[in-house]
Design a protein around this ligand. Structure first.
Ligand code: MRU
Length: 368
């Protein structure tokens, strides 16, 4: 997508030196556009755990490149041990997004088919690039399928602006390109549909305020930033036509784990008869699990992220301040689970389906 008119992805290998991986360090957005280079698996682990890169699809793509960088540095005599230690670190770097372990397993599996060290390294690189390309392409297709939902609402409203509410950042910054929840929005904008997006600011990391708002501005999509608790009020007053959010892990039965606060939006949408869609590439589906509440690991992060806030001062410097009394006990649950019964439909790369096992399996019959 565009950054000041220039197309970017969120992660890419250096075209001249494939031992270097480039990312956008998202901690500095929206005020500074900072690129970072990753040269080792430890760089990747740090980038994921400290959220230089975040969002399910991008975490997966970064993990694929992480396995590749681990393979590049692996000594021949202890290749297996080195890979085991490195991938264990990668998998522990963030627990909720399914894409992380999925990408690690996929890259490792691709390498096992090769017998020489150099072939293994090359295969890891090819697979990591495939994961990134596929993520971008799946998100593009999500846009195509989700567009029909927005089109229908626009028709019903005789072309009046379609008001879409989204939570957190399931935009292109959370993937390799296009995004999941934002992809249908970009497709609708391109199709000339009049629309407007309500952007939840998304405490405590403020992915909505810092990232989604920035993305939409870059693409010239009209939006309004709201505090996290405003959505219900807007829905009660007919100001939301549609909710689209992303998913970090989806069960085979259609439960979805997404940024903390998503569940409350789904409850409010249900109470107000507003369609609540979840946009996700199949890489977020954890086919091994059926009960989101019981089985999806929910990340807890530092209390500091709740108690402190960082922003730009009038002097153009960044400052971190403390909001409550020092040492206030704070809990930082990062994701919550929205049960399938509250989800109107899942927008996947293969089409839109009901959030249940039968419907999902009809789209992905190769899964048993
Ligand atoms: O903690 P993050 O920023 O990695 O969380 C990811 C998200 O932005 C959301 O949960 C998002 O809505 C889905 S990402 C595919």
């Amino acid at each position: 997508m565009l950054v000041n008119g220039v197309p970017y992805r969120t992660i890419w290998p250096d075209p001249y030196d494939p031992s270097v991986i480039h990312i956008i360090d998202q901690r500095h957005l929206p005020h500074c556009f900072v690129l970072e280079t990753l040269r080792s698996v430890d760089d990747v682990v740090r980038a994921i755990s400290e959220m230089h890169v975040r969002g399910a699809g991008l975490i997966g793509a970064a993990a694929g490149f992480g396995v590749y960088l681990a393979a590049l540095a692996a000594p021949e005599h202890s290749f297996a041990t080195h890979m085991q230690t490195s991938t264990a670190k990668l998998i522990l770097s963030r627990p909720t997004a399914r894409n992380l372990a999925w990408a690690v397993d996929r890259t490792l599996a691709a390498m096992t088919g090769e017998s020489t060290l150099s072939a293994k390294k090359e295969k890891a690189f090819i697979t990591a690039c495939e994961i990134a390309d596929e993520d971008a392409e799946f998100c593009r297709q999500i846009g195509f399928h989700g567009l029909s939902i927005i089109k229908e609402i626009s028709k019903r409203k005789n072309g009046a602006p379609v008001n879409i509410l989204t939570h957190c950042n399931a935009g292109w910054l959370a993937f390799v390109d296009y995004g999941s929840a934002t992809s249908p929005i970009y497709a609708a904008k391109q199709a000339g549909i009049d629309l407007h997006v309500w952007v939840d600011e998304t405490r405590p990391w403020l992915q909505g305020a810092k990232l989604t708002a920035w993305e939409l501005a870059q693409e010239e999509v009209p939006y309004t930033l709201i505090v996290d608790n405003a959505g219900g009020h807007l829905m009660q007053h007919g100001l939301v036509d549609l909710v689209i959010v992303g998913s970090d892990r989806t069960t085979r039965t259609g439960d979805v784990a997404n940024k903390i606060g998503t569940y409350l939006k789904a409850v409010a949408a249900k109470d107000n008869n507003i369609p609540f869609y979840v946009a996700l590439p199949s890489s977020t589906i954890d086919w091994r699990i059926s009960d989101g509440l019981a089985e999806i690991p929910i990340e807890h992060r530092s209390a500091d992220e709740v108690n402190k806030i960082t922003g730009l001062t009038n002097n153009n410097t960044f400052e971190t301040i403390t909001i409550p009394l020092t040492n206030t006990p704070a809990a930082n649950y990062v994701f919550d689970v929205t049960p399938a019964r509250l989800v109107t439909g899942l927008i996947t790369e293969r089409g839109v389906v009901a959030a249940n096992e039968k419907a999902l399996l009809s789209l992905f019959p190769e899964v048993v």
